[in-house]
Ligand binder design. Structure first.
Ligand code: ATP
Ligand code: MG
Length: 248
């Protein structure tokens, strides 16, 4: 479904992502892990068109999407969430999700209908699906951090993606919020037949849901395989020494 091949990106003279190749199969749940500054977010930005690669290619379901602008890549079926939250804090939960539908369907300036009447059923269904029913009138900026991340997941789902990229979906969450988010992600991935690629520092999260793990270190993939293979990889253990991987 997603095929990244030899992707590289430098900032000034610094190679943040260096010859990275990974594949994610249809409906697979895959994780990219690696220490701070390893290049995970940069890799995601290259896949989603927020950055242009210096070299290499990205294929989505066989189609070359390398270097296409973010809105086109989104339309072709890759949704994403950001490491820092991307919601409109002064709008309600309902308005945030409805706006995401309007943007996706380019109906923001519809001549005939008031935009607030559009996609109400889709919005309500999505709200329930992400576990925020009852919060529709809440101003998004006042939601708990965990609920804001849930809302952000909803924004990414409004474009009905085939592939979803999540940059640290449980960052900053309490243990309970983290646990709920994992269950939510698993349920939504199954319901929507999603292909999922995520980054995460919490090794419990990674090893509980990823079917495949790629390890990024200083811009390079140093290991790729099943959770068991990656956990036992000597190079990975060296990079993560003292970082809790042994307890995962
Ligand atoms: N726009 C930029 N300009 C210059 N350097 C950048 C830019 N974006 C990222 N970098 C550098 O590239 C490297 C990789 O950054 P990136 O954000 O991809 O890492 P990461 O693996 O996502 O880290 P974290 O786990 O902290 O989120 C870092 O050294 C970072 O400082
Ligand atoms: Mg990052």
């Amino acid at each position: 479904m997603l095929e990244v091949s030899g992707l590289s990106k430098s900032f000034g003279g610094f190679r943040a992502v260096s010859g990275v190749s990974i594949t994610v199969e249809t409906r697979q749940i895959a994780a990219v892990i690696g220490p701070n500054g390893a290049g995970k977010s940069t890799l995601f930005n290259l896949i989603t068109g927020h950055l242009r690669p210096d070299s290499g290619s990205v294929r989505l379901d066989g189609r070359d999407i390398t270097g296409a602008p973010p809105h086109r890549i989104c339309r072709m079926g890759i949704g994403r969430s950001f490491q820092r939250t991307n919601i409109f804090p002064q709008l309600t939960v309902f308005e945030n999700l409805q706006a995401a539908f309007l943007v996706h369907h380019r109906r923001g300036r519809n001549f005939w209908l008031r935009s607030e009447e559009l996609y109400r059923d889709d919005t309500a269904a999505l709200l329930a699906s992400i576990g925020l029913a009852g919060e529709e009138a809440t101003v998004a900026g006042t939601l708990s951090y965990g609920n804001q991340k849930q809302l952000e997941l909803g924004l990414a789902l409004a474009s009905d993606p085939a592939v979803l990229l999540l940059d640290e979906p449980t960052a900053g969450m309490s243990a309970t919020e983290t646990h709920e988010t994992i269950r939510l992600l698993e349920r939504i991935a199954a319901e929507r037949a999603l292909t999922l690629l995520f980054t995460e520092h919490d090794m419990e999260v990674v090893f509980s849901i990823a079917q495949k793990i790629a390890v990024l270190h200083q811009g390079h993939i140093i290991a790729e395989g099943t959770p068991a293979e990656v956990r036992n990889d000597p190079e990975v253990r060296r990079v993560y020494l003292g970082h809790g991987l042994t307890h995962a």
